[in-house]
Design a binder for this molecule. Structure first.
Ligand code: ZN
Length: 100
């Protein structure tokens, strides 16, 4: 049984539904701050690598790249596309304009 990931509405086979794919990628702008140079020595670099090895699996990867997929019903897809960042001033759920 497929359900809308936002409102929980059951989406029977053949019903209209949308696959929303969200991808976040670290955006390196080419700027290095003074903090970045503390890892310029081999000793500091080794400490950094040891620290990363103690982190939960996949955390370092999620820090630079993460992808999620959602299934949404038509109403939730419309609301999501109109206000993906859930700006309360623009959220149709916040003022009762959103109807299922
Ligand atoms: Zn929905």
């Amino acid at each position: 049984m497929i359900q809308c990931d936002r409102c929980g509405k059951v989406l029977p086979p053949g019903s209209t539904k949308y696959l929303i794919v969200i991808q976040a990628t670290a955006d390196f702008d080419g700027f290095f701050g003074i903090e970045d140079f503390k890892y310029s020595s081999d000793l500091e670099l080794e400490k950094l690598i040891q620290g990363l090895s103690r982190e939960p699996d996949g955390k370092a990867m999620k820090d630079v790249f993460e992808k999620k997929a959602l299934i949404l019903c038509p109403a939730c897809k419309k609301a999501f596309m109109e206000n993906p960042l859930r700006d309360k001033k623009r959220d149709p759920l916040a003022n009762g304009r959103f109807l299922h």
